[in-house]
Design a protein around this ligand. Structure first.
Ligand code: NAD
Length: 478
C-alpha cells in the first residue's frame, strides 16, 4: 500500500476494484487543511445492481463454507490489518483528522473484531429440546442473508468492522457503504479481506449519494438485514425503509452520555480519565463523556481542575508530534458546535475554557468547558459531537439519576463513586445500553454495544453482535 493518500479511490464489487471512470465524483477533504485530496467514485444504479447480484450469488456459497474456513480468513485479515496498521493509520489521519497514534491504535484495536467474531462463529451452538424417545426438536442459528450496512466518518475502521466482522463470520454476504468523507481506510480493510482469501462477492464496498444508495439497496429483495451507525434522524429514516420489507435492523445512533461525579469519588483519577477521554477524537464519539453532573461538594474544584487539564490538550494537525486532538472531521462540525455554544452562553452558561473555532485553515475547534449550563440550552439536549464538556451541579443521588435519564437518548452513561450502594443503584437505574462505573471503557469487543430509547436497538460486538446477523430456526422431527 502506498502513502501519501491516493489521488483516486475505488469501489469493490464482486471481487473487482472499480475506478472513477465516467462516474460522478465525491471529493475527499483533509480536515486539517480544508483541501481536497482525492476523488472518490459514486456508484450509479448499475453499480448498485451489480453489487446486489454479487451479494445474492455469493450468499449460498459463503453460508455453506465451513465455519473453520470462514474463521481462518477472518484471522488472516486481522493479521494483515495489524501488519498494515501504520499505513492505514496515516490514511485515516489524512481523511479524518485524528492524531496518527490514535488512528493507528484504532486499526489495531479493530483487527481484534475479526478475531473475536471468527471465534464466536465457531461456538454459535444451537439447542436440542427435551422430547420423547424417537422425536427430536432442534433450535439452529442460520445466517440472515445479504446485508446492507452504512457506517459513519468518526471511526472510519472501527464502525464498519463492527458490521463486516459479524456478517462475514455468520456466513452472510454484505454491501458496505462507508462514509464518503473517510473512504480510504475502509477500502484498505477490504483489501486485507481480499488478500486474506475472502471469495469475490462476499463483501462489496460502494460509495455514492447516501440517500440514493440506502434507498436503492434497502428496497431490493436481495437485502435481508440493514445495519446503520450514525445520527438519530437518519436511523429513523432507514428503519422506516427497512420496515417496508420487514427487514431486520441494527441501529447504533447517537448518545449524550451523562457522567455522574459523586463527592466520594477518587477525584484525581476521575479528572485524569474524563478530561483525557472527553477530547479523544475531538469529542466526535457516540459514547463520549459529555453531560457532567457533579455533586455540589466537589463541583467548583472539579470544574476548575477539569478546565486546567483541558487547557493542556495539544491541538493541531494529527501528523504533528505530540498532538492529542486534531481538527473536527468536516466543515459541518465547527458550525454546529459553535452554534450550540453561543446558544448556551445566551441562556446563561459560563465559558470556563475555549468556546471558539480556531483561526486557522482546517476545521479546528478549542477544547471547551461550559459550567452551570441551563437545562433548556440546546447543548444539554442535543448531542454536541465535539470537544465540549457541559457541567451542572447536583445534590442528591435521585436528582442525578433523574437528570441522567431525562433525555430520549440512552447509549452510554458513566458514574464515579467509591460508594458501593451508589454504584449499584446507578448501574441499575440509568437508562443506557452501557454503564461505566469508575471506568470509561465500554466497547471492549466481547461485550454487547448498543443503545436504548432513541439511541437505537440491537447490539453490536460479542455473541449478541454475531446473533444480530442470524435467524433462529426450530426443526421438529416426529
Ligand atoms: P448525518 O445525519 O447527515 O449523517 C450521519 C451518517 O449517516 C453519515 O455517515 C452519513 O453518510 C450517513 N447518512 C446520511 N444520510 C443517509 C442516508 N439517507 N442513508 C444512509 N446513510 C446516510 O449527520 P452528520 O453531519 O454526518 O453527523 C451529524 C450527527 O450524526 C452528529 O452530530 C452525531 O450526533 C451523529 N453521528 C453519530 C455517529 C455515531 O457513532 N453514532 C457517527 C457519526 C455521526
Amino acid at each position: 500500500m502506498s502513502n501519501p493518500y491516493p489521488q483516486s479511490l475505488q469501489m469493490h464489487i464482486d471481487g473487482e476494484w472499480i475506478d472513477v471512470g465516467d462516474r460522478d465524483v465525491h471529493q475527499v477533504i483533509n480536515p486539517a487543511t480544508g483541501n481536497a485530496i482525492a476523488d472518490l467514485p459514486k456508484a450509479n444504479k448499475d453499480d448498485l445492481d451489480r453489487a446486489l447480484d454479487a451479494a445474492a450469488k455469493a450468499f449460498p456459497m459463503w453460508r455453506d463454507t465451513p465455519v473453520a474456513e470462514r474463521a481462518a480468513i477472518l484471522h488472516k485479515a486481522a493479521d494483515l490489518m495489524r501488519d498494515r496498521a501504520g499505513d492505514m493509520g496515516k490514511l485515516m489521519t489524512a481523511e479524518q483528522g485524528k492524531p496518527v497514534g490514535q488512528a493507528t491504535g484504532e486499526v489495531t484495536a479493530s483487527a481484534a473484531h475479526f478475531d473475536i467474531m471468527a471465534e464466536e462463529a465457531k461456538r454459535c451452538y444451537g439447542r436440542v429440546l427435551v422430547r420423547p424417545a424417537g422425536q427430536n426438536s432442534f433450535v439452529k442459528y442460520q445466517p440472515v442473508g445479504p446485508v446492507a450496512a452504512f457506517s459513519p466518518w468518526n471511526f472510519p475502521v472501527f464502525t464498519p468492522i463492527r458490521k463486516l466482522a459479524p456478517a462475514i463470520a455468520a456466513g452472510c454476504s454484505i454491501i458496505l457503504k462507508p462514509a464518503e468523507e473517510t473512504p480510504a481506510s475502509a477500502i484498505e480493510m477490504m483489501r486485507c479481506l481480499q488478500d486474506a482469501g475472502l471469495p469475490a462477492g462476499v463483501c462489496q464496498i460502494v460509495f455514492g449519494d447516501p440517500g440514493e444508495v440506502s434507498s436503492h439497496l434497502i428496497a431490493s429483495d436481495v437485502i435481508r438485514k440493514v445495519s446503520f451507525t450514525g445520527s438519530v434522524p437518519v436511523g429513523k429514516h432507514l428503519t422506516k425503509l427497512a420496515a417496508e420489507g420487514m427487514k431486520r435492523t441494527t441501529m447504533e445512533l447517537g448518545g449524550h452520555a451523562p457522567v455522574l461525579v459523586f463527592d466520594d469519588c477518587d477525584l484525581e483519577k476521575t479528572l485524569n480519565l474524563t478530561a483525557m477521554q472527553k477530547y479523544r477524537n475531538a469529542g466526535q464519539v457516540c459514547v463520549s463523556p459529555t453531560r457532567f453532573y457533579v455533586q455540589s461538594g466537589v463541583y467548583d474544584k472539579f470544574v476548575e481542575a477539569f478546565a486546567e487539564r483541558a487547557a493542556k490538550v495539544a491541538v493541531g494537525d494529527g501528523f504533528g508530534d505530540g498532538i492529542e486532538m486534531g481538527p473536527l472531521a468536516n466543515p459541518r462540525r465547527p458550525s454546529s458546535v459553535g452554534e450550540m455554544i453561543e446558544d448556551a452562553k445566551i441562556k446563561g452558561a459560563e465559558v470556563k475554557l475555549g468556546g471558539n473555532r480556531q483561526d486557522k485553515d482546517g476545521f479546528f475547534f478549542d477544547p471547551t468547558v461550559l459550567s452551570h449550563v441551563p437545562l433548556d440550552a440546546k447543548i444539554m439536549n442535543d448531542e454536541p459531537f465535539g470537544p465540549v464538556a457541559v457541567m451542572r451541579p447536583f445534590d442528591k443521588l435521585d436528582e442525578a439519576i433523574e437528570q441522567a435519564n431525562r433525555l430520549p437518548l440512552g447509549l452510554a452513561a458513566y458514574a464515579f463513586t467509591s460508594n458501593l450502594h451508589i454504584a449499584n443503584m446507578v448501574g441499575d437505574a440509568i437508562e443506557a445500553g452501557m454503564v461505566g462505573i469508575n471506568n470509561l471503557t465500554v466497547s471492549p469487543g466481547d461485550a454487547p454495544f448498543g443503545g436504548v430509547k432513541e439511541s437505537g436497538h440491537g447490539s453490536e460486538d460479542g455473541p449478541d453482535g454475531l446473533k444480530a446477523y442470524m435467524v433462529t430456526k426450530a426443526i421438529h422431527q416426529a
